[in-house]
Design a protein around this ligand. Structure first.
Ligand SMILES: [Zn+2]
Length: 574
């Protein structure tokens, strides 16, 4: 079984022109097949044209579907993005995009008893949803209230002002996305449950700008969950990201149907339904995709299957356009990251790819904080660190009174990060008593834990009051020594000095309350409690440094010009 991805891409200006009667090809139309039951994807055809239209696409699709069925492959769905020509192609094939009578399946060319489902790429629809909200600024949910883009802008400015984010990825690139509007990442990180949670937190803590943000949260949450359902990649995914199977199919279909109704009732600020405005494509596209996913779930999982193949689970990611985008990325890479290859370059790259299956596209990977070098950890016992520290500790350091105080916002975020620090530390600790000192489930009701409480769906670790206190001291020290206007390498230079400054301010003998663990484990000048404190500080600072460096990088980045200058310059890293 195959999902077809169809897309045209690549524009070029130089081509071989031997015959004047033929127009010069400026684009290429490509179709790629993706296995629904197996793990494979294969380019099926490309077509050099000077611009595609519905007739060409329809003829091409029909011939591919019929050729595939001749070799025993059954096409179950066709994926496209929301271009007008693509919509027309699907309408010609037998779909109907009138919101009153949506038809998302069309008859199979060769087999009368089979149908092919039309899917609009979910990633693309999320970008359109984001653009729509930005364009109209206000969307209305009847009976609930107004969804406002302003809330997202406000959230960004609050986060920038406080210097810490509420566990979401919002940056200036997400708010001013216009120069990079093709990036899916920037859209789905705005329309996300983590942004909804952050806005909810600000509403609950009484920020005046967020007093009416409930509809915005509802909108972001619904679309985020829908996107997870329409984009599940792994058979082992958890929660919303788990694949559709026989056990959860009924609940999934229920949610999808409810969301379809929700989308169809959305209105713009004048009370006109979105499906009647010119920005209707994301609503129609998502509804068509929902219908198709429901249809495929029923056919492939609940009923007898298609063409004798019944699935245990359905991965909706197989129906996304990512596969063809990745192929384009590979082709661009072969041309030295060239956006506009000539027809000749494209053909050579295509041929080379068929010969070298296994050329991988660029993956951007971030590295996280790594292992420790202290006595509590299993590996890399390195005691030299101890002496460095004691040398620094000899310096006169008593800034505690001068340290900046933290706002309630920052305290809450720091506590949330503390939970993550504890979670990372727990499996590395050999001593059971130390482990128990780090965690305290009762501490969830502390005033600085309200954000943690809000974020928790059952999987988060609650740090003990002592850990929270250590982390708050660390944050205050960090803010005292890192100035916003200083270049970033000053932080790198701080190194373990910052750690020892924090440890100086922490009262080791009392921080963990009435425990005798310090005396019990005393060995020379070292003991478990101070070592534990040092570990907490170290992990916390690693995470914070990472964030500071990242924010600094973003602030230093110039305007993104790739989209504007794409015909003039070759870009390798934007
Ligand atoms: Zn211990």
């Amino acid at each position: 079984m195959v999902c077809l991805d169809l897309k045209w891409k690549f524009q070029w200006y130089v081509g071989s022109l031997n015959d004047d009667s033929q127009p010069q090809a400026t684009k290429v139309l490509m179709v790629i097949g993706v296995g629904v039951a197996g793990r494979w994807r294969l380019p099926l055809c490309y077509c050099l044209t000077d611009g595609t239209d519905a007739q060409l696409q329809e003829a091409l699709l029909k011939s591919i579907i019929s050729k595939l069925s001749q070799c025993g492959c059954c096409v179950v769905s066709v994926t496209m993005d929301g271009l007008a020509a693509n919509q027309k192609t699907l309408r010609n094939l037998g779909c109907n995009f009138d919101p009153k009578g949506l038809v998302s399946i069309f008859p199979h060319t060769d087999c009368d008893d089979m149908q092919v489902a039309a899917v609009f790429d979910a990633c693309h629809m999320m970008k359109l949803a984001r653009n729509c909200l930005n364009e109209y600024q206000i969307l209305k949910i009847p009976g609930v209230g107004k969804v406002k883009w302003e809330h997202i802008k406000q959230l960004h400015s609050v986060q920038t002002g406080e210097g810490l984010t509420l566990a979401n990825k919002l940056t200036k690139a997400h708010v001013n996305y216009k120069t990079q509007k093709m990036k899916v990442k920037l859209a789905v990180q705005v329309i996300s449950a983590s942004c909804a949670k952050a806005i909810e937190y600000l509403r609950l803590t009484g920020s005046p700008a967020f007093a009416d943000s409930l509809p915005t949260e509802l909108f972001l949450r619904k679309l985020d969950k829908l996107f997870d359902y329409l984009n599940c990649r792994s058979a082992f995914g958890k929660g919303y990201k788990s694949p559709i199977n026989a056990a959860n199919a009924a609940a999934r279909i229920g949610f999808l149907e409810e969301t379809r109704q929700f989308l169809l009732t959305l209105e713009n600020s004048n009370g006109k339904r979105l499906v009647d405005t010119k920005r209707r494509m994301f609503v129609i596209g998502l509804c068509v995709t929902i219908n198709s996913v429901i249809y495929l779930t029923q056919k492939l999982i609940l009923q007898a299957g298609i063409n004798g193949v019944k699935l245990r689970y359905l991965l909706t990611y197989k129906m996304s356009q990512d596969h063809i985008e990745i192929l384009f990325s590979i082709i661009r890479r072969r041309g030295g990251w060239c956006n506009n290859p000539t027809a000749m370059q494209f053909r050579l790259a295509y041929r080379a790819i068929l010969c070298h299956v296994g050329v991988v596209p660029l993956t951007h990977s971030n590295c996280l904080t790594n292992c420790t070098d202290d006595i509590l950890a299993d590996e890399n016992t390195d005691s030299s660190d101890l002496f460095v520290e004691s040398a620094v500790a000899l310096q006169d350091h008593c800034y505690a009174t001068l340290l900046p105080t933290l706002s309630k916002y920052v305290e809450n975020v720091a506590t949330y990060i503390a939970g993550f620090v504890v979670r990372k530390l727990l499996p590395r600790l050999k001593c059971g008593q130390c482990r128990s000192l780090l965690v305290d489930a009762d501490n969830i009701n502390a005033p600085s834990s309200s954000f943690l409480q809000l974020k928790n769906n059952g999987g988060l670790v609650t740090p003990s009051a002592a850990v929270v206190r250590i982390v708050h001291i660390a944050e205050r020290n960090l803010r005292a020594v890192t100035a916003h206007d200083k270049p970033i390498y000053t932080i790198a230079k701080l190194g373990s000095k910052l750690e020892s400054m924090v440890i100086e301010d922490v009262d080791i003998s009392h921080i963990f309350g009435h425990t005798t663990h310090l005396e019990d484990t005393l060995d020379g000048i070292e003991n478990h409690v101070s070592s534990l404190t040092r570990q907490v500080v170290k992990f916390y600072l690693q995470i914070r440094k990472f964030h500071i460096v990242k924010s600094w990088n973003i602030s230093q980045r110039g305007t993104v010009v790739r989209q504007k200058l794409t015909k003039l310059v070759l870009f390798s890293n934007q």
